[in-house]
Design a binder for this molecule. Structure first.
Ligand code: RP5
Length: 188
């Protein structure tokens, strides 16, 4: 499977860049979807894709906008379970409806990544995503690249519940991270 920002079906108002590259789990159906409201979110959301790639998790990346392509978003959310997706990572900025609207239309767990907006530095995105009324949860991560990275690590942890090899990779990742900190030195 390749990482691809899909063009938006039937939406002439947006012209997403198409980018693709070799990805983990080629030819395997995706277990995780990384969706985002705009191609401008890719600079943040690519961090999630990179972690999934690193762990060898089959995934797909696509632009799906809640307000610019609402029907496409519904189609995506309603089809997620049937396509075998186990986690959806949704990033959006500003009045960030995408994670909540996707979560409302699927029982697949949704992790929300608030993208840093120009006007309010992502505080708007954070509050839009995190303040879901009771009944439809969105697991909300930090604003920006840290949130995207952690969303992917959380997705890996979820998948690792039933995949011992993935749990082992996650354990090794943590050990290496710990070792790096212990070996780090400060400039004199
Ligand atoms: C949201 O609006 C997107 O998630 C993006 O963060 C923000 C701005 O989108 P563009 O105007 O850059 O396409 O829908």
């Amino acid at each position: 499977m390749s990482i691809r920002l899909k063009p938006l079906k039937g939406d002439a108002s947006v012209e997403p860049e198409e980018s693709s590259s070799e990805s983990a789990g080629a030819n395997e159906p995706p277990l995780v979807a990384v969706v985002m409201g705009s191609t401008s979110d890719w600079e943040t959301m690519r961090h999630a894709a990179e972690v999934l790639q690193q762990f060898g998790v089959p995934h797909e990346c696509a632009v799906v906008s809640a307000h610019r392509t609402p029907r496409w978003m519904s189609e995506f959310a309603e089809g997620a379970e049937g396509r075998g997706l186990e986690v959806i990572i949704a990033g959006a900025g500003g009045a960030a409806h995408l994670p909540g609207m996707v979560a409302a239309q699927t029982c697949v767990p949704v992790l929300g990544v608030p993208v840093k907006s120009k006007a309010l530095k992502g505080l708007d995105s954070l509050l839009s995503i995190v303040q879901m009324p009771a009944g439809i949860p969105v697991g909300t991560l930090a604003i920006g690249p840290s949130g995207a990275t952690n969303a992917a690590l959380l997705a890996v942890a979820v998948l690792a519940n039933t995949r011992p090899e993935l749990r082992e990779k996650l354990r090794r990742f943590r050990e290496e991270q710990t070792a790096k900190v212990r070996e780090s030195t400060l400039p004199t």
